[in-house]
Structure formats: C-alpha cells, structure tokens
Design a protein around this ligand. Structure first.
Ligand code: 9UX
Length: 68
C-alpha cells in the first residue's frame, strides 16, 4: 500500500544537506517521491517503504529523524 509519511528531520543546515536526505530516502526500495524542506525540518515521503527504513536511511545520511 502506498503511504505518505511525514518525518521530522533534525540536523540539516543547508540545501546540500537536503539533497543528502532526499537521495538517502529515494534510494530505498519502494520510495516513489520525497519532499524535503530545510526551514521546516520535514521530509514527506510517498511510497510503500516501512517507516523504520526511512528513519534508518536518514540516520545513515547523518541526520536524525522521527515520525511527526
Ligand atoms: Mo549541509 Mo554540509 O551540510 O557539509 S552543512 S551538506
């Protein structure tokens, strides 16, 4: 089932960070699209991937994430 998940992402300080987060999320199988916002510290992810996999990918990219 396709879900839209909103994550709170902390630690992003520039637009390059945003691209790291986007790439990390979009590299996960089942992720169709992402919208990452630097000012808001949010990532909206559309797809079928498990939330835990999304959070793990953001952490691997060097940031912190939680469901918001
Ligand atoms: Mo946003 Mo950078 O980093 O080294 S502050 S990518």
């Amino acid at each position: 089932m396709t879900n839209t998940t909103q994550l709170k992402v902390t630690g992003m300080t520039c637009n390059h960070c945003v691209m790291h987060t986007k790439k990390a999320l979009e590299s996960i199988e089942g992720v169709d699209s992402t919208e990452v916002n630097l000012e808001a510290g949010t990532a909206i992810v559309v797809g079928t991937a498990e939330t835990s996999a999304l959070i793990a990918a953001v952490k691997d990219a060097g940031f912190e994430a939680e469901v918001s």
